[in-house]
Design a protein around this ligand. Sequence first.
Ligand code: GLC
Ligand code: MG
Length: 688
Amino acid sequence: MTLKKETSSMELGECTRNPGYQDVDGGGSAADTVTAAVPGEKQDSTAVKLDPDAAEEYTQLKPYAGMPKEVLLLYSSQARYRVSREILFWLTVACTLALVVLTATVIALSPRCLSWWQTSPVYQIYPRSFRDSDGDGVGDLKGIQEQLDHFQYLNIKSVWISPFYRSPMKDFGYDVEDFRDIDPLFGTMEDFEALLAEMHNKGLKLIMDFIPNHTSDRHRWFNLSRTGDPHYKDYYIWVDCNQTVPRPNNWVSVFGNSSWTYDEVRGQCYLHQFLKEQPDLNFRNPNVSKEMIDIIHFWLGKGVDGFRMDAVKHILEAAHLRDEPQVDPNKPPESVTTEWDLYHDYTTSQLGLHDLLRDWRAEMDIYSREPGRYRFMVTESYDYHEVDKTMMYYGTPLVKESDFPFNFYLLDLPQNTSGLWVQHLVHLWMANMPRGQWANWVVGNHDRPRIASSAGQTYIRVINMLLLTLPGTPTTYYGEEIGMENINVTDSQIQDPAGKYNKSASRDPERSPMQWSGDMNAGFNNKTNITWLPVHPEYRSINVEVQKEDESSVLAQYRFLNMLRQSELPLQRGWFCYVHADASVFAFLRELDGLNQAFLMVLNFGIESVITDLSSIRELPDQLKVLMSTNQVSDGKVLQKSRILTEAGEGLVIQYSTHTRFNPNHPGQCYVSEKACYLGALDILYKC
Ligand code: GLC
Ligand code: MG
């Protein structure tokens, strides 16, 4: 490699402003002195040899910016540069590797972060009854928007709003005429978008109702189907039948009487598992599934955060249409008219149902990839004592379905006032839930009598305490946070179609207007004196405004417990262990390995005061301090663990310090969704 004088002098000439170059330049060019390797010698691409004279002169040359490669090489091959370069190189490699290993370890050791639907209770709004902004007597979307501060006050992040689609309101919105439109009674699409934007601004998530089983008989598809349009004719389930006795088989509607109705236009019968104005869709037609998926995309595209999937067990029916077996085989077939008269072997939970739901879940996952934008799915299915059927909605470890199916077992709380009964209901879920899944608890909704009425006001506080301290997501139906009760509805006031079939099945009592204040119409609307259902007569004492001022109110206790639940790791994601149950008391604890603070709940669901002796539980300290009691006077009391006094309907949250965990010694009594341990030194959680 020979350095040509002309070239180098030209290159060096371009660097005349470099002081290092000028220092040694003198009269001649530095390049004159630089000679490449001796010809004939084996050339080494990194080592550049100098003739000794030139080298000596060259050593006086300092590196300078813009020096040609050859000069640079002369320097860079010197040991002091080469060694430090190698050290730097290997250091960089080592640091990168260490970072990769550290990141992988942290990821591998960290338990999954809880998602929004796990950290906050789900609050259900029945939109007709929450807040009426325009004074027409029916609640609306603007009304909801006006009351969003209520959720911030309660620290609730997830809000499920029952249907507000365009609807003839035969089943108050569960009969949908257009899945892509808002009913004018509730507002406009702009109102919806404004509500959603405002909710997102405030960090709230909006869950919508999704109603796949049926549409309204006023839906465009149904009109096209009954007129025999080739594309739509199989969108519903049509069967030849005789106009005079329109019963292709013995199937009955959930609301009573035959689930078949003769349609004069088409001259056939169609199936409806609910009202005759709610014809069942035919999910054996792939076009129907496609339509439903499009609707899911429509709302997820608008930004909704999840769906409550309505009446899912009814989605498919057996194609053979055979009679269902009678519960009482001796009953005359003509008197088989209610849901309870038949075993629903052919109209519920049919094969293929879970495939549909799993497909929908997969569509929702497409929208769930952005951080913090997880789209949540909860399914509604009353399987009563067939708990295995309910658990199937969790999916499998490989194929996801709903995040959880609603757990309705606590709706049965009022059937028996005893701690053992409560433990039994809780255990139904905990013992049957697939490993690693997330629990949830429902004590009321728009279909069931209010718990404050069916269990009694005495128990509403302890029920809220149970709800907010059990593991999993609590669900709160509007008004439960203030202990709202059912209203009495006279025959002439009945609105619910189910109540028109059977008065005792009316769901009006639990749908009365939300009690915001002691003002006109309980603050539900302040423009006119109309409300679609009567306001509860006791609204002057049971309302949000009054209870906000009272530290011992149901509302204040709900709020405190929810704050506690969200700030305390053991309550959020710790172990849940049964400690004691008897005719009155149900006691359990929540603890997290590695954390000294744990919680013991002693809840009296009985009818009298009792003293509970927990002295046999050696993991508990002898003295226990009450953090919160539903009877405010007991707050802060220190109790002996052998003498824990609770009155009927009283619940205690006891926070205690311990170094001894309960769960390792009693694995059969304890459950955890996903194990996590706390490392105090670093204030982090890790998988353990
Ligand atoms: C669900 C709803 C109920 C409705 C029914 C039919 O069970 O909760 O209110 O009547 O589905 O859509
Ligand atoms: Mg169906």
